[in-house]
Design a protein around this ligand. Structure first.
Ligand code: 0GY
Length: 294
């Protein structure tokens, strides 16, 4: 296990861009504190502690109202830190959990009660060991019945092998970090065009326009990532989500300034209507449908 990760930015700048009222950071994490919520023995990296209080302070500082907190592999299937955070936040947070095929209905009930609305399937070999597709399919069938959805994390090169499987899932599917394109190939490159066609063909697929810091070759201010996010927002405006990815686990190249990430938003969603959908209407529909008028 490697631990040469960077700590999160200690002092992000105040963004110039002010998100609309009710904006949702739809991809962020809580880690530890390890003394209370130990990391998973099978983890591939050990993050810094990133407790709920810090996340909620950042939410307020950046001008957001709500969080969708996503379970990361370093906590494995122990969703305790996630549940503790979303219970503290009440209606201001929802959760995405990691569960195994042996999860009990009672545990799913407990997660639902706490505010979990999705499960995450991670296909990155550097983060998790391979798991049988049948396990994922069985979990998806059970959570779909509860009105939950599935969040998936894979890299662009894995789309061809995963596309058929993803299309069979009986619920909305949210794809993390734009499907991790290789930005050197450009928006017109074959792989990203395949990804756009895949989204065109499958209206139940959503996508997060997040994580420029992991995709960039040039570094901040992430000019090389903007065209990818913008293409997705322009084409799939009613099924895109945005998130900080705070505290940016497992980053080794550089640590982004979260204020700078927020200031990217008007470059990727260039109209007020697009930003309202990206930051408020879309995440509310997916994570707080009970608050959205039909
Ligand atoms: C992210 C990205 C990463 C880590 C995880 O679950 C995880 O450990 O998703 C990564 O290393 O790319 O979304 O936090």
């Amino acid at each position: 296990m490697s631990d040469d990760y960077l700590p999160f930015h200690p002092n992000p700048r105040k963004p110039s861009y002010r998100p609309p009222e009710g904006a949702v950071d739809a991809h962020c994490h809580v880690f530890g504190p390890a003394a209370r919520f130990p990391f998973a023995p099978e983890r591939k990296y050990t993050p810094c502690d990133a407790p709920k209080e810090k996340l909620f302070a950042l939410r307020d500082f950046l001008g957001f109202s709500r969080n969708v907190i996503v379970q990361a592999t370093c906590h494995g299937r122990d969703n305790s830190a996630l549940v503790d955070a979303i219970e503290t936040a009440g209606s201001r947070a929802r959760g995405v959990a990691i569960v195994g095929p042996d999860v009990t209905d009672a545990e799913l009930d407990r997660l639902d009660e706490a505010g979990v609305r999705a499960v995450r399937f991670n296909f990155l070999r550097r983060l998790v060991d391979a798991a049988p597709r049948e396990d994922f399919a069985a979990i998806a069938a059970r959570v779909a019945k509860r009105g939950w959805h599935v969040v998936v994390y894979f890299e662009a090169g894995q789309l061809a092998e995963l596309a058929g499987f993803l299309a069979t899932l009986p619920c909305p599917v949210v794809i993390d970090h734009m499907g991790r394109p290789d930005v050197r190939a450009g928006v017109e490159g074959a792989a990203f065009q395949d990804f756009l066609r895949f989204l065109d063909a499958h209206p139940a697929m959503w996508v997060k326009v997040s994580c420029p810091e992991r995709l960039t070759v040039q570094g901040p201010p992430y000019d090389d990532v903007v065209p990818f996010a913008r293409a997705l927002v322009e084409r799939f405006g009613d099924r895109v989500l945005w998130g900080t990815d705070w505290p940016h686990p497992n980053m080794r190249s550089h640590m982004p300034d979260d204020g700078e990430l927020v200031d990217m938003i008007p470059r990727i969603a260039v109209t007020e209507a697009a930003r309202q959908a990206l930051l408020v209407d879309n995440p509310m529909r997916l994570y707080w449908p009970e608050e959205v008028a039909p």
